[in-house]
Design a protein around this ligand. Structure first.
Ligand code: GDP
Length: 297
């Protein structure tokens, strides 16, 4: 289960406080040490942990908290608020273009769940907005990616535009956008190539597509299971492409929490959706407050 270790450790740390009637400043310091270790063990970015602990300590050692009748509960509340804040406070909705189509470019490393997420997002738009999305198969380096997108398109009943693997992705996107204009699709979702790691050729190609398509959203898909590596990937993509948001996948697995808690603080970009399974309906809007409550258990 996601965040299992972190939840357990946080509950243990706070549980000790609850058993004490009156809480002193040194009790708070002790809890803060344990929270710090719990976050580090959950693979949260070092600087994020440092700032987090500093902020919670500041809020928790005030007289109002320590002298209240329920200091432990107050501290739980403060930790909850701080978790929410570090993850961005509010859900950030998808941008919608004033004139159709709204263009969403999906980027990410191979295996992160980019193509699957594209299908899930298209289905969500269909179900919730009665949208008529066009999917563009721009990953020409992995022939299986086109078949995969076509299969997803069939499954969710959305058209897929492909020119096979012999045409450049930029040209595929150009023609795909023309088709979308003609067919009056309200959304275009562009699948792009992933690599095993970030390389300049991939980035240059994505930049060319960006210059041509001016996407309303450049969504980076990262695998929550990869922890700090996901955060590094997000940093790298953001520096080069100025992403508009992140989709954190595989939160149905036993991820420790590092990516969920670090990405927003490290990149300044919001997590917009979370993937919680392999089915096309397993995509949810990311709500920082709900995630904080889930982490605290
Ligand atoms: P891409 O290379 O980034 O396009 O990755 P794919 O979309 O092909 O996904 C790689 C694998 O991850 C596939 O087996 C997906 O079913 C799986 N996957 C994607 N998102 C999730 C998720 O949220 N949860 C789980 N459990 N598996 C996922």
């Amino acid at each position: 289960m996601a965040f299992e270790g972190l939840t357990e450790r946080l509950q243990q740390a706070i549980g000790k406080l609850k058993r004490k009637g009156k809480v002193s400043e040194s009790d708070v310091n002790e809890v803060m040490r344990e929270i710090r270790l719990a976050l580090l063990e959950a693979d949260v970015n070092f600087q994020v942990v440092k700032d987090f602990v500093k902020d919670v300590r500041k809020k928790a050692t005030g007289a109002k908290v320590l002298e209240s009748l329920t200091p432990a509960q107050q501290i739980v509340k403060i930790v909850n608020e701080q978790l929410t804040e570090v993850m961005g406070q509010e859900a950030v909705p998808l941008q919608k273009s004033e004139k159709i189509p709204t263009i969403i470019m999906m980027v990410g490393l191979q295996g992160a769940g980019k193509t699957t997420t594209l299908g899930k997002l298209a289905l969500k738009l269909k179900n919730e907005q009665h949208a008529r999305p066009l999917l563009i198969a721009g990953d020409v380096y992995r022939p299986a990616a086109i078949d995969q997108l076509q299969a997803l398109g069939q499954q969710i009943e959305a058209p897929v535009f492909s020119l096979g693997t012999d045409v450049s992705p930029v040209e595929i996107v150009r023609q795909g956008l023309e088709l979308a204009q003609e067919k009056k699709n309200d959304y275009v979702l562009i699948d792009t190539a992933g690599r095993l790691q970030i390389d300049q050729k991939l980035m240059d190609e994505l930049k060319q597509i960006t210059q041509l398509a001016h996407p309303d959203e450049t969504l980076l898909t990262v695998d929550a299971m990869t922890g700090q590596n996901a955060v590094e990937v997000a940093k790298g993509f953001n520096e080069q492409l100025n992403i508009t948001g992140v989709v954190l996948t595989k939160l149905d697995g036993d991820t420790r929490g590092g990516a969920a808690l670090s990405i927003r603080a490290v990149t300044g970009k919001p997590i917009k959706f979370i993937g919680q399974g392999e089915k096309m309906t397993d995509l949810d809007v990311f709500y920082p407050d709900r995630m904080a409550s889930r982490i605290l258990g």
